[in-house]
Design a protein around this ligand. Structure first.
Ligand code: ZN
Length: 263
């Protein structure tokens, strides 16, 4: 369930829930069925009091008729027995991690902060050879902070990554997973070619897998970081994926709107 979809469900169910509540009150206070039937026959048309809370109030903030939310995914809904390895940031370029990925031909999705690429684009090109390289901001500023320059964080890094890798990202992972539901984030991301916002339901650090809920499931998305111990974390992730009866999958093949474009 995405953040934005979850919000729309709440909005959509709010009004029926209110009527259900009113209906419940009327039922409880009815004097008896026969008298009630006579009263109903003679009753004037029902006049409903105005709602105290305007329904769909949240839609008033929609800035444009053409606005549409970007899907936010924390776990893919798939019956395939796959889980997805994603690696964030890019500060450290651990050679042992690269060797492990190349040996296994692992499909990893690298969410990079553009400032970490520098002159070492080849490292990321190689480690994501079976996966893809995607956007994790320019400077790792929080998208939830209203002073953050979203145009720089999202759009500049789109250009920087296209220059470094030859193709423009179409997935975005906000730093700290924050601010994905802000209109500014969505509008800026759409304008600059982002079609999916990707979160996670499991993290791997210190060689340990930590789950948001329960256990790794088909479609689980694991979050790792380009740190000095990435090789150890990758091995832990692969072990946990296999222990759950799954195999590492290529995230870009599973997102509903996947269609990378080089423009
Ligand atoms: Zn990060």
């Amino acid at each position: 369930m995405t953040v934005l979809r979850a919000r729309s469900v709440v909005v959509a169910t709010g009004v029926p829930a209110l009527f259900a509540l009113l209906a419940g009150i009327l039922t409880v206070t009815a004097p008896n069925p026969v008298a009630q039937a006579e009263e109903v026959a003679a009753a004037p048309a029902v006049v409903r009091p105005p709602l105290a809370i305007a329904p769909f109030a949240t839609t008033r903030a929609l800035p444009q008729p053409g606005y549409r939310p970007i899907p936010v995914t924390d776990r893919m809904r798939t019956a395939d027995r796959v889980a997805f390895i994603t690696i964030d940031d890019g500060v450290h370029k651990d050679p042992d991690a690269l060797a492990f990925v190349e040996e296994r031909q692992l499909p990893v999705t690298a969410f990079l902060s553009a400032w970490t690429i520098k002159d070492q684009a080849e490292y990321f090109t190689r480690i994501a050879a079976w996966g893809s390289i995607q956007n994790h901001s320019a400077t790792h500023a929080s998208f939830a902070d209203e002073t953050t320059d979203l145009n720089h964080e999202i759009c500049y890094s789109q250009k920087a990554m296209r220059k470094a890798f030859g193709s423009k990202p179409w997935m975005l992972r906000p730093p700290y997973g924050a601010g994905a539901d802000r209109f500014g984030t969505v509008l800026t991301a759409q304008r600059c070619g982002i079609r999916e916002i990707v979160m996670w339901d499991a993290t791997v650090s210190d060689g340990k897998v930590r789950l948001a809920t329960g256990k790794l499931r088909p479609g689980s998305i694991l979050l790792l970081h380009f740190g000095p111990d990435l090789a150890r974390d990758l091995k832990a992730a692969v072990r946990a994926i296999h222990d759950a009866g799954l195999t590492p999958g290529r995230l870009a093949d599973y997102l509903p709107t996947s269609s990378p474009e080089a423009s």
